[in-house]
Design a protein around this ligand. Structure first.
Ligand code: 5GP
Length: 206
């Protein structure tokens, strides 16, 4: 994959507010696109095919794995999730920045493949707050929530492997933090010189 744009990966335990944060970021930033993953889990609530996910069966997913269609994939909460080359490749090679909302296992796979990827981990302010948010969301059965809270312990422990960590206590502050991470990546010499070639040439910078 020819990487002209930047890749951002945002991971978090469920309930930390990752989807809302990424949604707010995308609304503020027209240069950022989101990668739509494939999953074997069933659609929830208002979710639509091709918008939140591409919903496919497990056999279909396994065929894609065998075909090498995924940049990364992982089992999360008993379902399979994967980022396809198609979801990311064309955008990145055209110079667009892309955000991936995936779990920590996928994040670390992507970082190995593309070391310039910016990994961001979203933390809840406390375990109590995480439990309250999962219950308030009302999307899952109590046993699913209990399992997600158990998984969250392991997931949060992975934050140390990420480049940036954002504590989502106050939503507006966390959006600002996320925006700041994206903005600072764009100010890196290597990235800015690619995005502003005329200025760099005029200043005899290569
Ligand atoms: P949910 O089922 O709540 O939408 O997502 C469950 C978890 O799977 C979340 O942590 C989400 O970020 C993660 N996930 C979604 N898409 C992908 C993907 O393509 N790859 C990986 N590794 N994880 C994903």
């Amino acid at each position: 994959m020819q990487q002209a744009g930047s890749l951002f990966v945002v991971a978090a335990p469920s309930g930390a507010g990752k989807s809302s944060l990424v949604k707010a970021l995308l609304e503020m930033d027209s240069h950022l696109g989101v990668s739509v993953s494939h999953t074997t889990r069933l659609p929830r609530g208002q979710e639509q095919e091709g918008r939140e996910y591409h919903f496919i069966s497990e056999p279909e997913f396994r065929v894609m794995v065998a075909d090498g269609a995924f940049i990364e994939w992982a089992e999360v909460h008993g379902n399979l999730y994967g980022t396809s080359h198609a979801a990311v490749g064309s955008r990145i090679s055209q110079g667009q920045d892309v955000v991936l909302e995936i779990d920590w296992q996928g994040a670390l796979q992507i970082k190995q493949l593309f070391p310039d990827t910016v990994l961001v981990f979203i933390l809840p302010p406390s375990w109590e707050e995480l439990a309250q948010r999962l219950n308030r969301r009302g999307e899952d059965q109590p046993e699913v929530i209990a399992q997600r809270l158990l998984n969250a312990r392991q997931e949060v422990a992975q934050a140390r492997h990420f480049d940036f960590v954002i504590i989502n206590a106050l939503f507006e502050t966390a959006v600002f933090d996320l925006k700041s991470v994206v903005h600072s990546q764009r100010l890196r010499y290597a990235v800015l010189s690619k995005n502003k070639p005329a200025v760099f040439q005029a200043l005899n910078l290569d």
